[in-house]
Design a protein. Sequence first.
Length: 254
Amino acid sequence: MKNKIILFFLFLVSFANASESIDATTFKKGNDLYNKGDYEQALKSFESIVNQGNVSADLYFNIANCYYKLGKVAPSIYNYEKALLLNPDDEAIQTNLSFAQKTAIDDIKMLPEVGFKKMVKEFTSTFHYDTWAWLAVFIAFLSLLSFLGYYFGNTVFLKRTFFSLFLLFLVGIGVTIFSAFLQKKFDTNYNPAIVFAESTTLKAEPKNSSEDVVTLHEGTKVFVLEELGNWKQVELTDKTKAWIDKEAIKEVKK
C-alpha cells in the first residue's frame, strides 16, 4: 500500500512537470510565431495556455501584443489591463498599455484624487492586504514580548521602556489592521472594465428610454459600480456615472 501511494505521488509530480513542460513549449512556440509576424497563430498558442487555466502577467502581455499588432483595440487594452493587474509595477506593460490606449477613439479626462483620501490610498497601497495582515500578526507578537518585558522588568527604567514599546506596538497593530481592511475594501471595489462594443450609449437610468449621457467606443476604460438586470452602472475616469448595457463591456477581473 505504501509503495502504491509513493508511485501515485510520483505520477502526480511527473504529470505536473509534463504539464509545465507542455505550457513552456507552447509559450515558446507562440513567441517564435510572434517574432515571425504570424500574430494570429501566436495568439492561438498563448490563448490555448489560458484556456487550460494557466495565467500570468507575461502571458496576458503577449496576448495583448498580438491583439495590438492585429489592430484590435479593445482586446489589446483588456489584456494589458489584466497583465497590469497581476504585475502593477511592470514598466513594459504600462508603456504598451499607454500606446494601445492612444488608438482608442474616446479621450476621457482623468480626474486625480486629492486630499486626505488620496494620502490614505497611497499609504495602504504600499502593501497587499495579506501583507498588512501578516505585519499585524508580527507586531502583535512584538507587543506580547514587550508586555512580558514590562511584567518581568526589575527596574523602573525597564518597565517604562517596555511599557512605552507595548503602547507603540498597540498603535502599530491598529494601523496595520485598519490598512489591511481599507486595502481589501479598495481592492474589492476596484472593478475596471473595457468597452468592447464598437459604439454604445450610456444612459442616465437603467432603461433604453432614459436620457443619453455619453457615447463611448471600444477600448474605453470604465469602472463597474453595480448591476441591475441587463444594465451596469459605471463610472468614467472623469467621475461621470451612468448606466451601460452589460453586454457592451468586459470586466478585467473576470
